[in-house]
Design a protein around this ligand. Sequence first.
Ligand code: GDP
Ligand code: PGA
Ligand code: MN
Length: 628
Amino acid sequence: FSEVHHVTIDKLGDVPIKRGNFQLLPSHVQTWLAQMIQLCTPRDIHICDGSDEEGEIATKLLVENGQLSPLKKYQNCYICLTDPRDVARVESKTFLITKDKFQSVPHSREGANCVLGLWKSPDEIKKDIDDRFPGCMRGRTFYVIPYSMGPMGSSLSKIGVEITDSAYVVLSMRVMTHVSSEIWKYLRNGEEFVRCLHSVGVPLPTTQSIVNNWPCNPEKTLVVHFPDSRKVMSFGSGYGGNSLLGKKCFALRIAGRIAYDEGWLAEHMLIMSVTNSQGEEKFIAAAFPSACGKTNLAMLTPAIPGYTVRCIGDDIAWMRFDKETGELRAINPEAGFFGVAPGTNMKTNPNAILTCLQNSIFTNVGETADGGFYWEGLEEETPAGTEITAWTGEKYKLGEDKTKKSSHPNARFCCPARQCPIIHDKWQDPAGLPISAIIFGGRRPEGVPLVIEAFNWTHGVFLAAQLKSESTAAAEHTGKRIMHDPFAMRPFVGYNFGKYIQHWLDFEKTPNNKLPKIFHVNWFRVDENKKFLWPGYGDNIRVLDWIIRRANNEDVAEPSAVGLLPKKGSLNLQGLNVDWDKLMALPKAYWVGDIDETLQWLDGQLGDDLPQAIREQIQKQKERVAQL
Ligand code: GDP
Ligand code: PGA
Ligand code: MN
């Protein structure tokens, strides 16, 4: 031991350790840290321990730096404004690195611009890395964050260590993951962990002008994944999905690859439970693209009596078929919610509001004169005339000029999941929770009915593969257009998407697996006047109720060209004024065009990697919709 410690301490050179004890770290962690310190040349080192004191130190520092400002109205809540050039994930600068290109991306047809992951060769990326990381932390602190994705010590959980030069990332990771020095215990015997390196990419002193005290380097932003060696390197952005590397980078892209290798699933899914009036509880997982309603559904307040909803997770699910029981057991690998703020209010999602009234960070939202948060959607809960300071710094009085916007459309709240009033008491159960139904969905203004049940597992995988949605503000896309987003995973795949679909299909081959029924939902169909045909939010419980009855094999579905639909009258619409026929209609021209377009897109994107079983599903759907 003393030898190891002697060698590595030597490698630290004269970089002082401000907090923590380097010598207590497992030796393979020491070796890696020493290499990264040599690469990044920070001013000092802080090894995080997850304590409250540490949270206070990081907060104080950020407040003094002007990066956070306290929201006086609540306890331990802060507002953070970013450089307006750094407000969302940057898919165009997010890469997968493998020696073999087709390990990362499918054999797209010539001319088809592959959007299911971007690949670069190790040689190419080496240049980009050498151009960015050497000396990138000059004048800054090198924070070491040990964390668990998933309940600490669960066999379903995984460990990561993130190095960052951003105290905002430290604070946010403390909310979003389980940060603790306990982690080192699990790595004592040389166990592997996911290596994450993040830098805002602004070494000090700098001649660049820092906007909003938010250092970032948008010209050079780069997020790279090495799925083979389970590594992530992120440069230039401090924003959520680019910098909180436990989330999309690890829990979806890297974990997706680990899951493929080990035979489980890492998915962009919420996990919730619904208990009916008979006290029967069912667990549901649901995948929607970013900003399409996962957080809202996960915390739904039922609009009709007799149901209790509890939340387990709102964004990511790790799921594994139990070898003995055949159940699909899911955990939420995260510890917090990083939710879209605009649109969240006491009517649409009271549980989210109540979760973030303490110990939370709000990014790119507005502030009221009395020190509260404000965003679009809170109009009715905030007195007209209230003075708002917008995220841009502009001040205005609420209601005077309707064109003023307080928040960026991708503004976020970041709050501890344990504070959610309806968090499930087993949300941290190390064994995971048994999933009875899997739901996919997206924003489909036209053609797509409220709910469809897959005929069988393979058809369900096809439903997921053909998922599309109107684009949102969660990424760099502009303008509203319908984009393909298979499995709601387009921006988050960690390996060849053809293999990913095949991986899903293959679960049927294990006879012991209890395959949940698969559904597709659409809360977003509109009428001629672009008004939503379905009230959504709390009324979505009516659809969940139907889904659960189907999970119990109740005879409430009938076949259609696109899947099983609710028999008329089987979905509880009591007290609602909805046009059921419009909501459920299958316009022939739409579906005939849709399946041709779907085949063209999937074939273009995946080429020969598109599983034959999906081609057969497409052909069958083509024949069915021709009969409409
Ligand atoms: P997430 O990113 O998938 O977690 O999405 P959120 O739950 O944060 O919701 C994103 C946006 O969709 C918010 O503006 C919500 O108000 C809106 N939304 C969520 N659920 C519904 C719904 O059932 N109907 C309608 N019309 N909008 C919804
Ligand atoms: P999301 O990812 O948009 O899927 O929630 C987080 C982010 O944008 O940083
Ligand atoms: Mn969300």
